[in-house]
Design a protein around this ligand. Structure first.
Ligand code: NVA
Length: 208
């Protein structure tokens, strides 16, 4: 179910006689996260000791990246403008998961601090579905969090750049970065298919 309110997917799961997969809610985007960590594994070979940095809006995608990184033992840093960070209750879940694996998680408003030494640099739209009336205001606030060449130079030399798409070129990511040698955007998009096939297989197995 691809919904707006997370409550809807929880309600569906409560009353459905079959498993319900969250295909995106305003709270989280776990299918995207599965594809993203598959992509990281393909390009980096491992999670532990690697740093995933997310720049921009503390949204559904950021939430699933926090949870996934913490579960997989990958260090996670997020830089957002003030007032656009992850909800404290979400962060508390991330802290509990990170304590299980030894991953470090860090939230800041300083994009330089977050991106320095990153193995993976991730961004998403500044305005998610349902927030369209805020788009103009957000365009004024978010530019310091744009992933451009200067930002990328602070990451590791072999860092990969990720975006869940659709990208707003010239806003959260520049053309040069989206189309540049560090970009894995299209591998990542392809992996939505493979990761979601795996989720279906797992769910069908669980029903046996
Ligand atoms: N954060 C974005 C993800 C789109 C795939 C949104 O919710 O609109």
């Amino acid at each position: 179910a691809r919904v707006f309110s997370h409550h809807d997917v929880v309600e569906l799961a409560k009353y459905a006689s079959v498993p319900v997969i969250n295909g995106l809610s305003e709270f989280s985007h776990p299918c995207q996260g599965m594809a993203d960590f598959l992509t990281i594994l393909e390009h980096k070979g491992s999670f532990e000791g690697r740093k995933l940095t997310y720049l921009g809006d503390g949204n559904n995608v950021a939430t699933s990246l926090l949870f996934g990184a913490a579960l997989l033992g990958m260090d996670f840093a997020i830089a957002t403008p003030r007032g656009y960070g992850l909800h404290p209750a979400t962060w508390a879940i991330g802290e509990r998961l990170a304590a299980l694996t030894g991953a470090t998680i860090a939230a800041t408003h300083d994009p330089v601090e977050a991106v320095t030494g990153a193995d993976v640099v991730y961004t998403d739209t500044w305005t998610s579905m349902g927030q369209e009336e805020e788009a103009q205001k957000r365009r004024q606030i978010f530019p310091p969090y744009r992933v451009d060449d200067a930002c990328l130079r602070l990451a590791k030399d072999d860092a990969i750049v990720m975006h869940c798409l659709p990208a707003h070129r010239g806003e959260e990511i520049t053309d040069a970065v989206a189309d540049g040698p560090h970009s894995v955007l299209f591998d990542q998009a392809e992996n939505r298919l493979h990761a979601q096939k795996a989720i279906l297989v797992w769910v069908l197995d669980a029903l046996k």
